[in-house]
Write a protein that binds this ligand. Structure first.
Ligand code: SAM
Length: 468
């Protein structure tokens, strides 16, 4: 498998290798404007370009980056050529230390959303966006998708997943009322997620057609929703809360952990959690009085083992992106590769206790995908073993707890497989092109969403045929 598919996306910065991504994944930044004013000469530019070649790895990528950095300098100091020169020099200095371009520009594309990025929070990756878009696309084709859908995104980081989910579902299915909740342990991440939400809220308000200012600020109501109105509605109720997804007890009181006062997920939900952002405490509204069901649960957890972190991640990732977002606490004595798997058993348990009907968990590669798919499969066996003797209850429990259909999605799940035929590895359907990127599990109950009563795997296959 050739680069970039060898490494997990958290090891890579997509924009530095646009030519490897194909047109679909590569999203150019805003169109170039007249850049003459910024550069007084070819020599100055040539020097900057030379300094960018090492972090960018080739001349074409360095040229692209130089163009974006110039645009950024122009935007930062409009009309002031001298300051633009100084800024550009500084940006190139920063970039040549390996600092990711996204942290310098302050934004990154995720699907077609431009989101803010800040040091301290993981830069969203295009492979993650591709999985989310494909999931939303499949769901949007389901004729009986519940009119109220609750989506929980664990380890939300910049909030990119719930924000893209709402953006795409509101476009495809403005009839669906979405409730989105993003959870993270890091206050820096939560602050950025809130800021990204506010940014999109502002855009959605500006797009509202023919509505006066007062109406734009209020919660929109009405029998018929258009996409901007639905987006506004969803964004208004999208929340981000702090919780430790790994903690099972009520509150984690481990003095050795700096984040020891972070509540567990259950505690955060039960307390109608408050998020502390600086001095401000904000009270959640929509999940009172603690509805338990999250029909869709998504998570892109830290999944790189300490050994892989040292040996497979780029210097730029190691030096500049938060290790908390990349490497989970180790809780296995097994092979070093398995030490990236810490989150998955816990995620399966959360999905079970919140009665999720579909889950999508991102993984590093095909090997981890197969381990996680196997965990999901054996989760049902644990439940089956503990089932009561009564056949009726046993059957009911089985269908309620087990994953009816488990599949593995590659980096580009919407593409046909490399040889164009359906692929099965170790008994799991494998979808798309690229490396293993996510494990997607469906419960029996999802059959109702598709409305034709066939087994879930047949229904999913039909959906995928429609989607391509
Ligand atoms: C791989 S990043 C994913 C960020 C974002 N969802 C994305 O796709 O770009 C993992 C996130 O998990 C958060 N995290 C790490 N440990 C956590 C824990 N125990 N509980 C909740 N969040 C955690 C990190 O702060 C980080 O934002």
């Amino acid at each position: 498998m050739r680069w970039p598919f060898r490494l997990p996306p958290q090891c890579l910065l997509i924009r530095t290798k646009p030519k490897d991504l194909g047109n679909r994944a590569f999203l150019p930044r805003t169109p170039s404007r007249n850049l003459q004013s910024i550069s007084s000469g070819a020599e100055f530019e040539a020097r900057l370009l030379e300094r960018l070649i090492e972090p960018c790895e080739d001349r074409a990528a360095a040229n692209n980056e130089l163009r974006w950095l110039k645009e950024h300098a122009q935007k930062t100091a409009p009309g002031d050529v001298e300051t633009q020169h100084a800024l550009l020099n500084r940006f190139v200095d920063e970039r040549s230390t390996g600092k990711p371009l996204q942290y310098i520009l302050g934004t990154e594309y995720f699907g077609d959303l431009e989101l803010e990025c800040r040091p301290g929070v993981l830069i969203p990756r295009q492979e993650t966006a591709a999985s989310i878009s494909y999931l939303v696309h499949l769901l949007s084709l389901a004729p009986e998708l519940p009119r109220r859908l609750r989506v929980l995104d664990l380890c939300t980081g910049s909030g990119c997943i719930p924000l893209l989910f709402q953006h795409e579902l509101a476009k495809a299915r403005p009839d669906i009322q979405l409730r989105l909740l993003g959870v993270d342990i890091s206050l820096e991440a939560l602050q950025l997620a809130q800021d990204n939400r506010s940014r999109l809220l502002e855009t959605a308000r500006l797009q509202l057609p023919n509505v006066d200012e007062e109406q734009k600020l209020s919660h929109p109501t009405g029998p018929k929703y258009d996409t901007p109105r639905r987006s506004l509605d969803i964004l208004n109720t999208t929340e981000f809360i702090q919780a430790d997804v790994l903690a099972e007890d009520y509150l984690t009181h481990d003095p050795a952990k700096p984040e020891s006062d972070v509540p567990s997920l259950e505690a955060a939900l039960r307390l109608q959690s408050t998020i502390r952002l600086g001095e401000r405490r904000r009270r959640s509204t929509f999940y009172e009085p603690r509805p338990k069901i999250w029909k869709v649960i998504i998570c892109n957890p830290p999944y790189i083992s300490p050994n892989e972190f040292l040996h497979t991640t780029s210097r730029s990732v190691r030096d500049f992106e938060p290790k908390l977002a990349l490497v989970p606490p180790v809780n296995s004595q097994g092979p070093h590769t398995d030490q990236g798997d810490t989150f998955y058993p816990r995620l399966l348990k959360i999905a079970d206790s919140h009665q999720a009907i579909v889950v999508l968990f991102e993984v590093a590669d095909m090997a981890q995908a197969l381990r996680v798919a196997q965990m999901a499969k054996s989760y049902q066996i644990v439940q089956d073993e503990s089932a009561p003797a009564n056949k009726y209850w046993r059957d009911w429990l089985r269908s309620a707890h087990r994953w009816d259909h488990i599949e593995i999605w590659r980096d580009q799940p919407d593409q046909a497989s490399d040889n164009g035929t359906p692929e099965v590895i170790d008994g799991f359907d494998v979808v798309g092109r690229g490396n293993g990127r996510s494990v997607v599990c469906w419960k029996y109950a999802a059959r109702r969403w598709f409305g034709n009563g066939q087994p879930i795997s047949t229904q999913i296959a039909e959906l995928k045929a429609q989607a391509t």
